[in-house]
Design a binder for this molecule. Structure first.
Ligand code: C5P
Ligand code: C5P
Ligand code: ZN
Length: 472
């Protein structure tokens, strides 16, 4: 993989002008930022654009712009045959397209020779798992590192991307190539690895809010109930305020943290939840020591949420500026977008609660219509699946109108256990979407599609059959 990264780096460096095309989520923004900074350091003329999905229309538009070289980051592998004729490189981690392609380019080797003007770095071509061993920003980083060893500091962005794509293992740690990238970050002094709780908001949220908003795992009697969270902390002798400021998790002493976690564990187990709900509360957290403690930028997980709040509202460039160290105007803009993002998520979750989730034998689903934006329906699907309110043994499908793209957006999410039992949402989405005249792809555990309006019922039926046949 490193040799291939070197070949791609050389190809990029032989061009003076490079156009980056990336995905709108945290991993996509982190990827574009790595590519941008590496190109800037190599004194190249750089431009960037973010796309929701690399569909036929987008590809046509990009081809029409006649860029001397396009660098696709965190996307491209699923659409390689459509990129034919374009001078481009791809650093991605999505499952590459397969036998759904035209017969003359059926196998991967043929696709590669058919698309001679394209160079691709993708873990799936090296027998690695693109859902957990390396992200789009990871593959982009491998190339950036080959462009110049000085780019090793960009490993921190690759860690933010991997964390944003939920690539941590069940033990709450990055593994595989992500681990090597993490080691680069530690060596460069841009990342610190700590063992702590995996609950969200350790830097930016008041302590009781960390408990109130906990969703993975659910904290029985606490999640969603602010006053119970306050009481719980007070009963455990935790001081909530210091000099009139709410204390945050990162302000606590080791003993205070230990006490809270052991009481939470006791609560979870006494309510009959499985021991995994306790173990998944502990894992590695990745700190960015160059950032100010107590801000969202100090921990990779929170940083990635900030990026998602930008990209999913067509403001990927704001996220990119924050990744590239803007700590004034653009950080403020990103923080404002975050507030909006959080409110939208709460509204969407309430909407799903009001309409309910329908169950079939092998899948469950809901339709967000025009009430859930197509850019966040995947996030909402993931939150609903881990909410404890639905059956975790069934993968979830979520639909949302996508007027702008003239169809219905589908997001699907599974669990590690389902994947171990044979679930592959990527092939389910790409094959079933194609059968109803749409297109899809992604990873085994999380994938998406765009299908024609009115085809939802038919799509649900064939996905149900397909997933039934996948599961052991
Ligand atoms: O396009 P990209 O590969 O960057 O996005 C991966 C998506 O898969 C993210 O939205 C991430 O949240 C989702 N995912 C998930 N559960 C996992 C792994 C990834 O929902 N265990
Ligand atoms: O859009 P959503 O978050 O549901 O996507 C889940 C995963 O599937 C992401 O990695 C996304 O890039 C991928 N995807 C894809 N092709 C599509 C839609 C989504 O590869 N048509
Ligand atoms: Zn990604």
């Amino acid at each position: 993989m490193i040799e291939k990264a070197k070949l791609i780096a050389d190809r990029i460096l032989s061009n003076e002008k490079v156009h980056i095309v990336s995905h709108i989520d945290a991993d996509g923004i982190a990827s574009a930022s790595i590519a941008y900074r590496a190109l800037e350091r190599a004194e190249k003329d750089v431009s960037v654009e973010f796309v929701k999905q690399l569909d036929g229309n987008e590809i046509k538009k990009i081809k029409g712009q006649e860029h001397p070289l396009v660098w696709f980051t965190d996307l491209g592998s699923g659409q390689m045959s459509s990129l034919k004729g374009m001078n481009c490189v791809i650093t991605d981690h999505h499952e590459p397209e397969n036998d759904s392609e035209p017969t003359e380019i059926k196998d991967r080797g043929n696709i590669l020779s058919y698309c001679a003007s394209i160079m691709e770095l993708n873990p799936h071509n090296f027998g690695l798992d693109g859902a957990k061993e390396i992200s789009g920003s990871g593959t982009t980083y491998l190339v950036a590192k080959q462009m110049d060893k000085e780019n090793k500091d960009l490993s921190k962005l690759a860690v933010i991307g991997a964390v944003g794509d939920l690539q941590a293992s069940e033990e709450g740690r990055l593994v595989g190539m992500n681990r090597d990238i993490l080691d680069d970050g530690v060596e460069e002094g841009v990342i610190e690895i700590k063992k702590d709780t995996t609950l969200y908001g350790l830097e930016s949220r008041p302590l009781h809010k960390v408990l109130e908003y906990a969703s993975d795992p659910i904290l029985p009697g606490l999640t969603g109930d602010e006053s119970s969270c306050v009481n719980f902390l007070v009963e455990n002798d935790i001081t909530l305020k210091e000099d009139n400021d709410w204390r945050r998790w990162h302000d606590l002493t080791k003993d205070e943290k230990r006490k809270i976690l052991s009481e939470l564990a006791r609560k979870i187990l006494s309510k009959g939840f499985p021991p995994e709900n306790v173990t998944c509360m502990i894992g590695e957290i990745y700190i960015l020591p160059g950032e100010e403690p107590g801000t969202m930028l100090h921990q990779a997980k929170e940083f990635s949420t900030l990026l998602n709040s930008c990209g999913r509202y067509e403001k990927g460039m704001i996220g990119l500026k924050v990744c590239l160290d803007d700590r004034d105007e653009y950080l403020k803009k990103a923080e404002k977008l975050l507030k909006g993002h959080q409110k939208i998520l709460v509204d969407c979750l309430n909407y799903v609660e009001s309409i309910g989730v329908e169950e079939r034998d092998f899948i469950q689903f809901f339709h967000g219509e025009d009430r859930i934006p197509d850019t966040v329906v995947g996030t909402v699907a993931g939150m609903v699946l881990s909410s404890g309110d639905v059956d975790k043994k069934l993968p979830i499908l979520a639909f949302a109108d996508s007027e702008e793209r003239g169809g219905v957006k589908v997001s699907s999410r599974g669990t590690k256990r389902l994947v171990d039992n044979g679930l592959d949402l990527s092939s389910a989405m790409s094959e079933c979407a194609e059968k109803v005249g749409g297109e899809g792809g992604g990873h085994d555990i999380a994938a998406g599609a765009l299908i024609p309006e009115g085809k939802e019922e038919e799509f649900i039926d064939i996905v149900e059959q397909k997933i039934g046949s996948q599961l052991k």
